[in-house]
Design a protein around this ligand. Sequence first.
Ligand code: PGA
Length: 256
Amino acid sequence: MRKKIVAGNWKMNLSIADGVNLVNEVISKLPSLPEQAHVIFCCPFTHLDRVSSSVNNTGNHQVHLGAQNCNDKASGAFTGEISIAMLKETGVDSVIVGHSERRQLFGEDHDFLKRKTDALVAAGMHVLFCCGEPLAVRESNKQNDYVANQLSESLFHLSAEEMMASITIAYEPIWAIGTGVTASTEQAQEMHAHIRSLLAHQFGEEIAQKISILYGGSCNAANAAELFACKDVDGGLIGGAALKSETFLPIIEAMC
Ligand code: PGA
């Protein structure tokens, strides 16, 4: 059975107090999660320590603390960066890698994402690896090749065991992120099936069936159930709708 995951990506939003309140509220109203389902809160760095207490206090091993970024180096003169060990120390077990905002706004290239992934895998962390095409690529119907290239450049050097133990893929078409335009269920399923076939080709069918593929991009309370019902959609990476318990909880319920 593949893991089902709903992860909230807060980006650069919420005060620490608002973040802690949000997590406490979501946890207090959390539906009973099926055995293979997980909820992850990916907070800004300054919030992690405080949110970690709330997450740990639940004693629920299906609720996790995530970070939105990390550096691949262990320590040193990297002003403004954060190491994996520092994240682990606050209780983080999952890290987003390759979000389109990091790729586009902060110039993160395939090689840097590969090095971060390797460092996270070596540290036993769970990697939420994002991929997805810009609008122009979708309009020219080249999205399959575009995503295949993102995966092969930064992920497909891993072993099948490493993939299975550490990697979740999040397909986030850039044209759907924060725009209110969601991929249709057909578009999402088609791309998720394509990603799974790439995984099968690279690592074998059995492994491909075990790797979770999340959808991200204007996923909300109204469309989550329909998207998560697609055969190859194993949950969601949620931005805007993860910032309020009223909008995040129904998405969690949609995976239950
Ligand atoms: P959105 O963001 O849900 O606000 O579109 C998703 C993401 O960027 O992870």
